[in-house]
Write a protein that binds this ligand. Structure first.
Ligand SMILES: [Zn+2]
Length: 214
């Protein structure tokens, strides 16, 4: 299972352990920085595990190539994209070359609006999940990038550093493209596992730890 040429061993192992990959994609609009692909998994125990944050000012063909590469690595089951005119156009465009872009049928639209502020399902719910240890962020990957990371494709911060920066400053300064992509990823996780079972599990784990059974 999961064995594709060029797929790193850790991903094959993760798939064999029951990890399920999915992505949130923030599509660029006019006057915005670019696209963000936030890729991660729901682990077998229900944690959300981000694995890659890719940012770039890509055209549609370039974005499609990025998703080809993501698909070859992780085989995401759901690619969640904000439901707007561009999403439909992009999906139709990818479907026209469905042989090359096998992921097109896994693109799903997500309607944003007032749900963004919802205490459980929106961005505040993300914060609760972080506090409750539902997320396992691979900080080692970017811990040594420093306060002014320049490892991104354009000499700016890499996707990880941009995400941390935007999460910490949300909603006060700058852009929130990675925050949105992260939220779409989280919604894709919920679609994969059904409701917010993961959150309840995390709380149970916390309780067990307190009772000393960990
Ligand atoms: Zn960085």
């Amino acid at each position: 299972m999961g064995e594709l040429p060029g797929r790193p061993e850790w991903i094959v192992d993760a798939l064999n352990k029951g990890w399920r990959f999915c992505c949130g994609v923030d599509l660029s609009g006019t006057g915005r920085k670019g696209n963000v692909i936030f890729c991660g998994a729901v682990s077998a125990s229900g944690s959300r595990v981000p694995v890659e944050v890719r940012c770039g000012k890509w055209s549609s063909p370039e974005l499609a190539r990025q998703l080809d590469a993501i698909d070859a690595l992780y085989g995401p089951e759901i690619i969640l994209v904000e439901n707007n005119g561009y999403q439909r156009a992009f999906q139709d465009w990818a479907a026209a070359d469905g042989e090359r872009h096998a992921w097109w049928g896994r693109v799903k639209g997500f309607v944003t609006g007032r749900n963004k502020a919802n205490a459980t399902l929106g961005l505040p719910g993300l914060e609760v999940e972080f506090e409750n240890g539902v997320w396992r962020v691979p900080r080692r990957e970017f811990a040594d990038h420093g306060g002014f990371c320049d490892r991104g494709p354009d000499g700016g911060p890499c996707g990880w550093c941009r995400w941390v920066e935007e999460m910490e400053s949300y909603p006060h300064v700058g852009s929130d493209d990675t925050v949105m992509a992260c939220w779409f990823f989280r919604e894709a996780c919920r679609l994969l596992s059904g409701s917010n079972v993961n959150f309840r599990r995390a709380r149970m784990r916390e309780g067990e730890r307190e009772m000393g059974s960990f």
